[in-house]
Structures are given as C-alpha cells and as structure tokens.
Design a protein around this ligand. Structure first.
Ligand code: PMP
Length: 450
C-alpha cells in the first residue's frame, strides 16, 4: 500500500500523519455499514450562537428532581484535607442531559491537555479523543470497528483475559506473540510477520498492555517499543495500546514514553490507538476511560456508541471533570505520585512474603508498574519436566486452604496448560499477604508431594 503523508501545518518540525483514506482498509465491514446518527451528528451545531434548536428529544432539565450535586474530594497533596465541590447551574444541566457522543467538552479539553503533557501530543495534529464507559467499552468498540469475523489478530501472550472473548466471539485467529520481562519479543513478532503466508490476510491489529501488564506485570522497554512500532509501520498494523497501568508506574528509572508518544519520532504518526483508564486512579465504578488516536478510527468508535449506549454517562463525566479541573494537572500528578508509591509499597510487601515462603517453589520477575505478580510454580525439582499446570494447585488446593488467585491458563487464548499464576497485590493487607502466601506454599508443597 502506498502511504501519502500530510503535514499538520504546525510550527516546528513538520509532523507527517497518515491520511484518513489510509484507514479505509482497517475498518470492519460492520463499521463501514454504520451510518452516522442523523440526530447525534447535528447535536454539536446546537452550540451555534443565536440558534434555536428544535432538534433532539431532550427532556427539559427543569423537570429533573436534582438541584445541585455536592461531593467531598480529598486534596491530592494533603489527602487528610477535603474540599467540597458542587455541580450546579449550567454544569449540572449538562450533567443531567444528553450530550455529545465523544464526551463532555470540559472533560475532553482537560484530557486533551493531559495527553499533551504526558505524551507530547498537541491538539489538532491528526488525532482526537473519545470518552467511554471505562476503557473496556472503547476497546470492545475499537475491535468491532476494525476486525471482521474470522480475521487474524496479533495479541501479546499471555494476554489480558478481558480481550480474549472479544476476539473469540469474532472467530478470530489469535496469533500469540511471545513476551518476556522486557515486553513483546519484537524478534518473534518480526518472524511471524516476515513468514506470513502469501495470500493470507495480514493482521490489522496488535493488542498490548505496555505498562505493568495484566497479567504478567511486565513493562515494555524503550528498545522493544521502538522495534514494535517500526514493525507496525513496515507491516501496516495498528497498535492497540491498552495502558490502564500507565499511572501506576513506580520503577526507579525514568518512565518510558508510550507508543502514542514514541510515534512522534516516526516518519509518520497514526499507527497507535491508545486506551487510557481512570479506573485505577480515580474510581473503577465511575466508569471513565478514553481512547486517543486517528480521527477515522475514533469516528468508527463514536458511530458504534451512537447506536449502542448513545454516550457515556454525562453525570459521571461532569463529576470527573469537576474534580480534575479543581485539581489541575499539578494536582493530578501529585495524586498519581502518591498512589504509585502506595502500590510500590504493596508490591514490596508482597514480594517480601514471596521470598519468605516461595523461594525454591516459584519464580518471578519484580513488576515496576501495575498490581500483579506473575509467577511460575515449580511443581517438581526435575528441570527437564514440562512445568506442569497451575490449575489444580490454584483452583483446588489453594482455594481449599483459603486463598484465591488466577491460574495462568485463563490468559492464554488457546487455554493451554501453564505453570504460571497471576496474583493481585492491590488489596490485601500485610497480614493477609503473609497468610495468603503461606497457604499458597502449603498448596504447592502438597502438589509436589503427590
Ligand atoms: N485493560 C486492562 C489491561 C485491564 O486490566 C482492565 C481492567 N481490569 C481494563 C482494560 C478495563 O478497564 P476499565 O475499568 O477502564 O474498563
């Protein structure tokens, strides 16, 4: 495929971006069939000054029983201090009303600034944002906007269990790309792509969780990121960068740039569709995530939203917008620093117990982001043995002893056996961790004795 590039007209080095037409071959048949909602596509025009809108069937907000909404928020710098934030007047009216499909303008603006701050992506440079009901909502819509039933997709392996059923229900061939403690093994990815059978449709997407991966805890290194990005350009696929643990990085080295940031160094931008989530940093129940990427893909996601749930809850967007505007970017950064230290401490407590009870019984790498340990159970002393299966140990023995974790098989698209286990260290107290790992040790010892 020939790619023509467009300049963006901004100052500084010309940023080349892929033209909208590039994405035609990336859209699924379903996405191409979808038509814009006749009402929702006109809704932004309602803001035209002087215009009287008789357009949408919006209920009259004066009939709603809410007159104001107040909540107490902790200070990001002094969490013992609280301030009361109130949503009323026009803000409340917006929060109670139908709104634009892509999201509430004040929240979109704030997030736009956040993406510029953290990823160097400036406004109007060929990308935009859509807000979803959590990132899961947007990932689901992106997958359906891009992948036709039966098409092959590239997934890092092990992979977030929440995407396996999406690809499975589309009858996709999930091509597993090996990972290690440094992220996706780009050399394996290169081999897959270079040995791709002639005549077989090539994968359009690669799904990856580059920071504190769920389930493996790994954080992809800069070198690996660069190599994967180069392959995306060479072999024409879009990186679905699912990064809900980006803000839970507690490694000692400076943070690696995201794929979304790194592509600014590429000859052209447009190979990354990024998903962020506020679930791990503000609240999981509030259900706010956002997708950032090329207009053509965001448009396809929005058209799905316009025909499914119309939009993400205006009220939760108004609450999040109020909080974030009151904090500002410095406040948000202070909050992030505080919570990432919180998880670093949890990680240390967990690892201390692992060293105490599981030395010689399990192997692991230390995560530098996120909330997961991924460890291999050593179920036999025989180095020649195939490693075995963690299922019985975890689902039966450990559970009977009073500890619940996930056997690694659930993170493998083909459900094969694996001696790996995923344990989340986000909630348990120091005491609980000590007990849980002791119980796990007893379960492993029991399995080894059989
Ligand atoms: N991706 C990954 C890798 C996750 O771990 C999760 C949450 N478990 C999600 C997406 C979904 O997050 P959200 O709450 O934003 O929908």
């Amino acid at each position: 495929m020939t790619i023509t590039s467009e300049g963006t007209g901004t100052s500084g080095p010309q940023l080349k971006r892929l033209p909208d037409a590039y994405y035609d071959s990336f859209l699924s048949d379903l996405a191409k069939e979808r038509r814009p909602s006749p009402i929702r596509s006109l809704m932004p025009l309602e803001r035209t000054p002087g215009l009287i809108s008789l357009l949408a069937g919006k209920p009259n907000a004066s009939t709603f029983p809410f007159s104001s909404l107040s909540f107490n928020a902790r200070s990001p710098t002094h969490p013992d201090e609280e301030s009361t934030l109130t949503i009323d007047g026009a803000e409340l009216e917006q929060g109670l009303q139908y709104g634009d499909t892509a999201g509430l303008k004040s929240l979109l603006d704030w997030i736009q600034g956040l993406q510029e701050l953290n990823h160097g992506r400036k406004k109007d440079e060929g990308w935009r944002i859509s807000i979803g009901s959590g990132s899961q909502d947007l990932i689901y819509k992106a997958v359906h906007a891009m992948v036709n039933p039966g098409e092959p997709v590239l997934v890092e392996s092990p992979v977030y269990a929440g995407v396996i059923p999406m690809f499975h229900s589309l009858h996709c061939e999930q091509i597993e790309v090996e990972t290690d403690a440094q992220g996706i093994r780009s050399s394996s990815l290169r081999i897959i792509l270079e040995q791709w059978p002639a005549g077989k449709p090539k994968p359009k997407v690669l799904y990856t969780v580059p920071y504190g991966c769920n389930p493996t805890g790994m954080t992809a290194t800069l070198q690996r990121r660069k190599e994967v990005l180069q392959l995306a350009r060479e072999h024409n696929f879009i990186i679905l960068e699912d990064d809900p643990y980006f803000y839970l990085y507690y490694g000692k080295a400076p943070r690696y740039p995201s794929y979304f940031a790194l592509e600014l160094e590429e000859p052209e931008v447009g190979h990354v569709l990024r998903f962020d989530s506020l679930s791990k940093v503000l609240s999981a129940g509030i259900r706010i995530g956002f997708a950032s990427g090329p207009e053509a893909l965001l448009k396809a996601i929005d058209q799905h939203t316009a025909t499914s749930n119309l939009q993400t809850s205006s009220l939760t967007q108004a609450v999040v917008s109020k909080l974030l505007h009151s904090w500002g970017y410095d406040g948000f950064t202070a909050h992030i620093e505080r919570i990432s230290s919180f998880y670093a401490e949890k990680r240390d407590i967990f690892e201390h117990a692992m060293k105490k009870y599981l030395t010689g019984l399990a192997e692991w790498s230390t995560p530098e982001a996120g909330m997961f340990f991924w460890f291999k159970l050593l179920l036999t002393d025989d180095p020649e043995a195939d490693g075995g299966d963690s299922q019985v140990v975890i689902r039966t023995k450990a559970f009977e002893k009073g500890v619940l974790a996930l056997p690694g098989t659930v993170f493998l698209p083909n459900g094969r056996q694996t001696p790996y286990v995923r344990a989340s260290f986000s909630l348990a107290t120091e005491e609980e961790v000590d007990k849980a790992i002791q119980r796990l040790r007893d379960a492993i010892l029991e399995a080894r004795a059989e």
